[in-house]
Design a protein around this ligand. Structure first.
Ligand code: ZN
Length: 380
């Protein structure tokens, strides 16, 4: 079987859609007008991703406020914020270029998703000609909605975590019910958990182990057969062409990360300085049997933060080197991250989100073609 290849999820939103979101927040654009822009952007995303030769596509997350906040709010500015939340939560991340992104703050229980990823998927599958995948947010990210050190009156942390696990499970199950062939869980906070940023109090507290345990609490509710198609995405972040934890050594993350009983992993790698060392770590720490399912490792061969388009031959060569360290039957290719995990992203290194969008499809095309070339060379 040829090496599998899969994208993470998001694409840059067209400028017109980002303007419509701003207008919706300002009250000058109606919900219907915004939805018309989202419908058009989703259709365009699916059609252009299919044109790259991708075996499976996403809608580019064009309807989501972000990869992390879609269950909670309609826009990043907080329009349509779910009940029991306030806008002034803790930083999720402070990025290398100095900008930050903030989460809402939980003010009471019960915690419920307002939007499930399957709500988007239900609108994407009728447009797609072939299989569709869906990304969901990890419960470990949404655990950060609860205050770090204090208990919420009448809603103990343990009750919140129980509700959160139920909601995350429901989010994944609904995706499969709505026709997703694969569901990948965004786990960008995993690497960030190993950073110690004094300006961002939740980092540096050794929270990775509890993140892994919480995610396993959800994964373990699925059968081995189901977990074959449930993945985990890891990366050092990707927003405004900047990252939040690229300085954290993978050697600290990978042994813990592969303790999660997922069937596959989408791993940022193209932008690493010493890829071969990481391939070797993946070969060493990924498991052939994670509670009944082999862990397939999709290595990043495309850097969405860099406007330069990788060639198919570069992609092929990265995979051939990876195949020296990772069993070929557990190897695949991916992009390092979504191309724009947050809805409002002007892609500064690209010059504009519209240009970045064109670049993204060309990069995906290179990944698909380079993965085919590598499979050919490997004789599979
Ligand atoms: Zn990512």
């Amino acid at each position: 079987m040829p090496l599998p290849t899969e994208n993470v999820g998001s694409l840059p939103r067209p400028t017109t859609l980002q303007q419509a979101l701003a207008g919706y927040d300002a009250g000058t654009v109606s919900r219907e007008q915004l939805q018309a822009e989202q419908d058009a952007a989703c259709r365009d995303s699916i059609e252009r991703m299919e044109a790259t030769g991708s075996a499976m596509v996403t809608d580019g997350e064009q309807r989501a406020s972000s990869f992390a906040t879609y269950p909670l709010t309609d826009t990043l500015a907080g329009t349509g914020l779910a009940p029991n939340l306030a806008a002034d939560g803790q930083y999720f991340a402070i990025f290398a270029d100095g900008h930050h992104r903030q989460l809402p703050r939980l003010t009471g229980g019960p915690f419920r998703y307002q939007t499930y990823a399957a709500d988007y998927l239900a609108k994407a599958t009728p447009v797609a000609r072939g299989p569709v995948k869906q990304a969901v947010i990890a419960p470990s990210m949404l655990a950060l909605l609860y205050p770090l050190d204090t208990e919420i009156d009448g809603y103990p942390r343990e009750q919140f975590l129980a509700d959160l696990a139920d909601e995350a499970e429901k989010d994944i199950r609904r995706c499969f019910e709505a026709g997703a062939v694969r569901v990948s869980i965004d786990f960008t906070e995993g690497r960030l958990a190993l950073r110690n940023d004094p300006d961002n109090p939740w980092t540096g507290r050794g929270m990775l182990a509890e993140f892994v345990a919480l995610n396993n609490r959800v994964l373990d509710r699925f059968s081995a057969e189901q977990r074959r198609d449930i993945g985990i995405h890891t990366c050092p972040g990707g927003d405004l062409d900047s990252t939040h934890s690229a300085d954290v050594d993978y050697a600290e993350l990978l042994p813990m990360m592969f303790q999660m009983n997922a069937g596959y992993f989408l791993i940022q790698l193209a932008s690493e300085s010493d890829r071969e060392r990481i391939y070797a770590l993946i070969g060493e720490h990924s498991r052939a049997d994670a509670n009944g399912v082999p862990q397939v490792c999709f290595v990043g061969v495309i850097n969405p933060q860099d406007p330069r388009i990788e060639t198919a031959e570069e992609v092929r060569d990265q995979l051939l080197l990876a195949a020296q360290h990772i069993p070929v039957d557990r190897l695949g290719s991916t992009d390092d991250c979504g191309f724009s995990p947050f809805s409002i992203d002007d892609k500064p290194k690209h010059g504009s989100p519209d240009f970045a969008r064109d670049v993204a499809f060309e990069k995906i095309r290179s990944r698909v073609e380079g993965t085919r070339l590598a499979s050919e060379q490997l004789g599979i």
